[in-house]
Design a protein around this ligand. Structure first.
Ligand code: KG4
Ligand code: ZN
Length: 356
């Protein structure tokens, strides 16, 4: 190989991911083991269970990408691994595995920040020059930042309570959507999106207590509280028990999705105005990059498009597969750093990280 190769490893939450990528961004091999089914049964991620599953799968996942790529460990120019932020027990598995690997094969090491990797993934497929505004919305994250360079980010705001994905998942569970004939095998967010297609988003009005607040921080707990109250009321009116499907389930899904979408859009609008006032984005062709599992929601993307059209920003969103956690985004972040010669360590360096 004339091009240098990077092995990316991701274990920050509930996905064991790995990928081998060459310096031009071509994926030679990728593999992902998701623990979602297990955590769905327990109704949330139990860190010790996540750790055990990462341990059971990491060696196989990495071996798979090396086999698919047809290369040996010694042909790698670097191992890039997510070191923060995330669940300490999960991160620990990827880090420990990587440190053993680089000791054994004397491979250079590139520590990766999970959020930065999400933010930069888009550059693997499209040329989005720095600086740009980035919105990350998923089950675990919700933040707005200016990406100024591969290793320079300005955080503008984040959620003060829950993430939008978490709230959509909780609402789907409260509505028993797993039992809905159209929704089996769908994540909470996907189920809400599907049912909302046949619902009236104006049927019920939720009041945003944060509506008047200035700033780029998010809050989603109030959405969950108000939707829960609405569901309680409707169950009583329809004379049904929790666990049965409401006749107005489509309307509730549409209202919940719309409320989440407009809150995200308002805060993003606020951030765009702030960036423009401070000259944080380029005058010509400023961009908004949106990523994370919730970014695969078409309604939310369309709502954001209204905001970027009104403020003359270009909107970029990686394909859904790259929006969620995976090894490819970590390998790509490693490639960007390798190219610039930044953040590269050797197996002789002291490598220790805090999860936050
Ligand atoms: O990025 P991700 O796979 O994992 C992390 O949370 O880090 O995101 C998963 C989240 C879940 O909460 C899921 O319900 C949500 O993304 N999600 C969606 C959609 N697809 C996945 N939310 C809304 N609409 C969707 N189509
Ligand atoms: Zn993530």
């Amino acid at each position: 190989f004339s091009s240098r190769l990077v092995l990316g490893i991701e274990t920050s939450c509930d996905d064991t991911g790995a990928a081998v990528m060459d310096e031009t961004g071509v994926i030679l091999g990728e593999s992902l083991h998701s623990q979602k089914d297990v955590h769905l049964k327990t109704g949330g991620i139990i860190p010790a269970a996540a750790q055990r599953l990462h341990r059971e799968n990491i060696a196989r996942v990495v071996q798979e990408v090396l086999d698919k790529s047809g290369i040996g460990p010694r042909e790698l120019s670097a191992v890039a691994t997510t070191v923060k932020p995330g669940l300490a027990l999960s991160l620990g598995v990827g880090l420990e595995y990587s440190l053993n690997f680089i000791q054994q094969h004397k491979t250079p090491f590139i520590p990766i920040h999970h959020m930065e990797a999400h933010a930069l993934t888009v550059r693997m497929i499209q040329s989005v020059p720095f600086p740009f505004l980035v919105l990350l919305v998923s089950g675990g994250h919700c933040l707005l930042a200016v990406a100024r360079d591969i290793d320079n980010f300005l955080l503008l705001g984040q959620t003060v309570d829950k993430s939008p994905g978490d709230v959509l998942d909780k609402m789907a569970r409260r509505l028993s959507l797993a039992k809905h004939p159209k929704c089996s095998m769908l994540s909470g967010g996907q189920a809400i999106e599907l049912l909302a297609l046949e619902g009236d988003r104006m049927k019920f009005l939720l009041k945003s207590p944060a509506g008047q607040q200035y700033g780029c921080n998010f809050s989603f707990a109030w959405v969950q509280n108000q939707v829960t109250q609405l569901i309680n009321k409707k169950e009583e009116a329809e004379g049904i028990q929790e666990g049965e499907i409401l006749s107005c389930v489509n309307d509730i899904a549409a209202v919940a999705q719309h409320t989440v979408a407009s809150h995200i859009a308002r805060r993003t609008h606020q951030a765009i105005l702030f960036c423009k006032a401070r000259g944080l984005l380029p005058q010509s062709n400023p961009s908004l990059v949106v990523s994370g599992g919730v970014a695969s929601n078409t309604y939310i993307r369309e709502t954001l498009k209204l905001v970027t059209d009104a403020t003359n920003l270009d909107l970029f969103c990686p394909p859904p597969k790259l929006c969620t956690d995976n090894g490819v985004m970590v390998a790509w972040n490693g490639v960007e750093k390798l190219r610039e010669g930044r953040g590269i360590m050797t197996h002789k360096d002291q490598i220790r990280y805090e999860p936050r």
